[in-house]
Design a protein around this ligand. Sequence first.
Ligand SMILES: Nc1ncnc2c1ncn2[C@@H]1O[C@H](COP(=O)(O)OP(=O)(O)O)[C@@H](O)[C@H]1O
Ligand SMILES: [Mg+2]
Length: 293
Amino acid sequence: MDIQEVLQWTDEQVFVKTEKHLDSLQRCILEEVWQGEKYPKIAKKCNRSEDHIKQVARKLWKLLSEILEEDIKQSNVRSILETKALSNIYNNNGSQIVGYINSHINICGEKRQDAEEAKQRSPNPPDSPQNKSQSPIIDLTDAPELPYFYDRTSELSTLKQWILQAHTRLITVYGLSGIGKSAIALKLIEQTQTEFDYIIWLSLTNTPTLSTLQTELKQFFGRSPQPPLPTIIDYFRTSRCLVILDDVHNIFSSGQLAGQYLAGYEDYGKFFKQIATSSHQSCLILLSWEKPR
Ligand SMILES: Nc1ncnc2c1ncn2[C@@H]1O[C@H](COP(=O)(O)OP(=O)(O)O)[C@@H](O)[C@H]1O
Ligand SMILES: [Mg+2]
């Protein structure tokens, strides 16, 4: 992991606990200590007195110790942060709003694509409608309105990094009702729409069967002048699709372990798994109160 990823993760943890982001001096100290620099050199680099740097660093180690429940010092901060960030990003204990990358952990056991594979992937494959038209086909009929939006900067940048750079295929954003899952997804669409050929928002409020949902998706993809394709995954392979499924908790049964599918809806689990494990260039985002199994 590089320092920027760890810094971002650390900043999220600090923000969740304190509602404040790391300031520029704290970030500078972390970056320099990361590279093995000592306080006198950090003081020069950050343009502050050595005493001031020591004082800020001491407070920072104390804050991080409390948040991460470890005894953090200058000598061990790098190894602790690296270990914690890695295990949290890859094992689903991250902040509440950006739930997890489902595609490479417990359920699917799939790894995130490495940078080389992602780089090799053409941003505009020959069949992609994006080569013919610059604007994506968007259907937000099912989406709520978002009159204004504030904050969530770090969560948004995490999502953008996962989708645009790591090419993560399946993401779950989960949390309590009203916490802002739909809001962040709408903002994400606004900020990433030029990267996709198709964007659609579908709500599972009326508990559509998987086959109904797939029919709706095919009808939507059929708006393109391209010849129709047999399956959703074919569209995911040949085009860059962003599909948001909202209110996914409606297909889970209540009074059971979280994320258990309702009777007759188990095939959704297979569908999500297929999206997570097949090779394609699209992203499915699930918004839910609970993590799917
Ligand atoms: N970051 C935000 N900025 C502005 N309004 C927000 C933000 N997050 C949530 N809201 C507002 O709070 C309400 C609940 O958010 P919503 O995204 O619908 O929650 P959820 O989808 O988690 O149930 C909505 O009215 C929404 O517009
Ligand atoms: Mg919502």
